[in-house]
Design a protein around this ligand. Structure first.
Ligand code: OGA
Ligand code: NI
Length: 359
């Protein structure tokens, strides 16, 4: 069998059709082993004050004299959490609302219209319901649409939904704005490590840094205590800028042994460090495991913008960040190779970046 295979190991059943069918018990393919279920370790941080930091990044945008404060907050958040919320980020609320509305309409369109965009393991582009090609895998309670946004040369508009009519235009505009924001954040992250502000952008491919979008749709689930909307994983690229659902929470971050709820502020983006920054910084900043709970009462939408390195450069630890006493922790590998590996296996906590560890 060639890798990746051209077909999924078994027919795809959209979670949305299962949910809409009115079943009261989920199929066994979705039932996690007891240790992976959310109920055993369910942690209610509503009773504590454990929250990911919220950072006002307007000083970075305006170049005001409060830049140091924002930089310090970013550096602290990257070390302590690998996750933070950004507010006053400059992406227009109107654009965000149009994006939400357009994709909601797509997911509410007839199943046949969506299936015209069915995705395959070669590129993942399109409408899908699983990650990973292992036939035995237990599946997650969610559907998604995955597409390549930037650079232009990776974009394949034929694979994007034609309806609703403004979806393509809105999604392209959103991609440009969020890429700009991502680059600004990567500059800040670079500076916070004592590197030149453009160091990371250069190391990850400059103008060829890529942007992809995963629109997640988590339909209502009759037995949320037995499954997950999205299994624990770290994101493979540089950083992820997540637009979470406005009303329904569900995303949790691992902090030590606890799973901590993210409570998105109105208008905020959730930013997280992904695996390639862990590699480049020799684990000074680490990617962090996160997961999504299923929910019996409410469906949920989210938009994950993945900022990724250029695909064909080998990425290893930056010599500037490897001290004479430490050694490079990771074997250099290209992002194209790494992504293939991650995609074939599906979500597996942090085992994937750990597997890059040098002997
Ligand atoms: C992802 C992800 C979180 C969410 O798509 O990689 O972690 O809240 N999504 O949907
Ligand atoms: Ni993720």
């Amino acid at each position: 069998m060639g890798y990746p295979p051209s077909e999924w190991p078994e027919p795809i059943v959209p979670v949305q059709s299962l949910s809409n069918s009115g079943i009261t018990e989920i199929p066994s393919k979705y039932i996690k082993p007891p240790i992976d279920r959310p109920s055993l370790d369910f942690f209610h941080n509503s009773e504590t004050d454990l929250y990911i930091p919220v950072i006002d990044i307007s000083p970075l945008i305006n170049g005001s004299d409060r830049t140091d404060e924002a930089m310090h907050a970013i550096s602290h958040a990257c070390k302590e959490w690998g996750f933070f919320q950004v507010v006053n980020h400059g992406v227009a609320p109107d654009l965000v609302q149009k994006l939400r509305a357009a994709w909601r309409e797509f997911f509410y369109s007839p199943m046949e219209a969506k299936k015209a965009y069915a995705n395959y393991p070669k590129t993942y582009e399109g409408y899908g319901s699983r990650v990973g090609v292992d036939k035995e895998a237990i599946l997650d309670w969610g559907d998604y649409f995955f597409l390549y946004l930037l650079p232009e040369s990776t974009k394949n508009l034929n694979k994007w939904p034609e309806l609703p009519p403004n979806l393509r235009e809105i999604t392209e505009e959103y991609g440009e704005k969020v890429m700009k924001l991502s680059k600004m954040l990567i500059k800040a992250i670079s500076t916070s490590l004592g590197l030149d502000e453009n160091y990371m952008l250069r190391a990850f491919g400059g103008d060829n840094i890529a942007g992809t979008l995963r629109v997640n749709y988590y339909p209502k689930c009759p037995q949320p205590e037995l499954t997950l909307g999205l299994s624990p994983h770290s994101d493979p690229g540089l950083i992820t800028v997540l637009l979470a659902d406005e009303h329904v929470k569900g995303c949790q971050v691992k902090k030590g042994d606890l799973w901590v709820d993210i409570k998105p502020k109105t208008g905020a983006f959730i930013v997280n460090i992904a695996d390639q920054i862990q590699v480049l910084t020799n684990a000074i900043y680490k990617s962090v495991e996160h997961r999504v709970l299923a929910n019996a009462e409410s469906e949920r939408f989210s938009f994950a913008f993945f900022c990724n390195p250029k695909g064909d450069m080998a990425i290893g630890s930056a010599p500037e960040l490897v001290s004479p006493l430490s050694k490079p922790l990771y074997e250099p590998i290209t992002f194209n190779e790494y992504r293939l590996y991650v995609r074939n296996k599906g979500p597996l906590g942090k085992s994937q970046v750990e597997s890059l560890k040098a002997a």
